[in-house]
Design a protein around this ligand. Structure first.
Ligand SMILES: Cc1cc2nc3c(=O)[nH]c(=O)nc-3n(C[C@H](O)[C@H](O)[C@H](O)COP(=O)(O)OP(=O)(O)OC[C@H]3O[C@@H](n4cnc5c(N)ncnc54)[C@H](O)[C@@H]3O)c2cc1C
Length: 403
């Protein structure tokens, strides 16, 4: 996709009957199985194991992977639809497949045949749960600043370091852990070189999974600290090329951003519904507050923004499914959809008056949940930065071509 010279072919969203089927399946599951416990998941900060097992049985942990690796054999648009429906009822529950993607997708794209059979298959079938560990206490947005090291030995690698905010870490069997496999090069522009990804299994000697970090939103989904003290990892567990882990991680986040965008739409849709129902039932000055012009304006604008965010997200997924450049659209979708989610949650709170801030209603949960989606998989500042840099490059190229 070229931002300054858009092509009409980038706007082709391929919708098939399978998309409708999987959306209906996810919607029914979310309404029947998650909705009755969505509030208690948040209040008790716990997702029942049965929910994870049911998602696995329905194939929600393996939607875009081929059936030969145990997946559903569908595409990324289907994945986006599933996440949207889950997030509409519980953003926390939708985080489980989103974090799972951050190991399954790089295994699918960069794994050897042996690695796909050994690690991707159980992940895609939902027999094992996956997690992704890049972030460290002193390096989040600045991925190239990670300090965890992997030292090569004859029979494998030895990993040392600390990771933080590793989502699914409490239940994961497999972890994609990034470490520095060569010294930091002095030159600022080469800091990102020398990172590599490794598949670690729970229980490896020297690998400690810490306690969950308390959070304001997506409560129930757990993010933990990991401590690596001389963890021996076989050569066969190096994922992708040695030293190219940065690029693998960025590719992985491009995919993940589509799913976070879907979370944004799901939360926004839930907030719109809650606001519309409340404003329709609540009587003030002798009539439903929905009869007043300002609530109508607010909800009309919110619905338009949600539709725009949804189209952007489906477009990003479709571009990916057609094998086209989708990174810029995924950045736009992640940033825009999560911010639409935030604006809509604020409208839901505003239109609900005191009920909007009461914890017995879901409106305040939507606002807490959406805050988190603005941070992970690259903060929205980082999306703006990435898009701005792309536009700058395109403008430079356009100017030099016109000379
Ligand atoms: C609930 C949750 C789950 C997570 N799950 C995972 C996971 O499973 N695996 C994993 O590896 N990580 C995970 N993360 C970590 C997440 O990816 C990082 O928090 C995120 O990348 C931001 O890093 P940071 O928190 O260190 O913030 P920082 O990088 O310290 O940023 C702080 C602030 O500065 C801004 N900022 C930083 N650099 C720039 C810049 N160049 N220009 C403008 N503004 C800038 C940021 O936008 C932010 O507002 C998770 C985080 C959360 C909150």
């Amino acid at each position: 996709m070229v931002i300054l010279e858009p092509s009409i072919s980038d706007y082709h969203i391929q919708l098939k009957p399978e998309h409708q089927e999987i959306q209906a399946l996810a919607r029914e599951f979310a309404r029947n199985e998650i909705a009755p416990i969505a509030d208690s998941i948040d209040k008790e900060d716990q997702i029942p194991e049965t929910i994870v097992r049911k998602m696995a049985d329905l194939g929600f942990l393996g939607v875009p992977y081929p059936t030969e690796y145990g997946g559903v054999g569908s595409d990324y648009l289907s994945m986006a639809l599933v996440i949207e429906e889950l997030a509409r009822i519980s953003c926390a529950v939708s985080v489980i497949p989103v974090a799972h993607t951050l190991i399954a997708m790089p295994l699918f794209v960069y794994g050897s045949e042996e690695q796909k059979k050994k690690f991707l298959s159980p992940l895609a079938q939902g027999k094992k749960i996956g997690a992704h560990a890049m972030t460290e206490p002193a390096a989040g947005s600045d991925v190239a600043g990670i300090k965890t090291t992997a030292r090569r030995e004859d029979d494998g690698w030895v990993l040392n370091g600390t990771k933080t905010f590793c989502t699914n870490g409490d239940i994961a069997d497999l972890f994609l852990v990034f470490a520095r496999t060569s010294d930091i090069v002095d030159e600022e522009k080469k800091r990102h070189l020398g990172l590599s990804g490794f598949i670690l299994e729970r229980g490896m000697e020297g690998f400690t999974v810490g306690n969950p970090i308390g959070k304001m939103g997506i409560r129930g989904s757990k993010s933990v600290e990991l401590v690596l003290e001389g963890v021996k990892v076989p050569h066969a567990n190096l994922l992708g090329e040695e030293g190219k882990g940065f690029y693998m991680a960025m590719d992985c986040y491009d995919h993940g951003r589509i799913e976070v965008a879907s979370q944004g739409i799901g939360v926004a849709q839930a907030a719109l519904e809650a606001a519309a129902k409340y404003a329709t039932q609540r009587i003030a000055f002798g009539k439903p507050i929905m009869e007043f012009q300002s609530p109508q304006f607010m909800l009309g604008e919110a619905a338009s923004e949600i539709q725009a965010a949804r189209l952007l997200t489906y477009q990003a997924a479709s571009l990916r499914d057609q094998g086209k450049e989708f990174m810029p659209t995924a950045c736009m979708a992640k940033m825009y959809a999560t911010e639409v989610g935030e604006r809509t949650a604020l409208i839901a709170i505003k239109l609900s008056g005191s009920a909007g801030v009461a914890t017995e209603y879901p409106m305040e949960r939507y606002l807490r949940d959406i805050q988190v989606t603005k941070i992970y998989e690259g903060t929205n500042d980082i999306q703006r930065l990435t898009l701005g840099r792309l536009i700058y490059k395109e403008a430079q190229a356009a100017i030099s071509n016109s000379r």
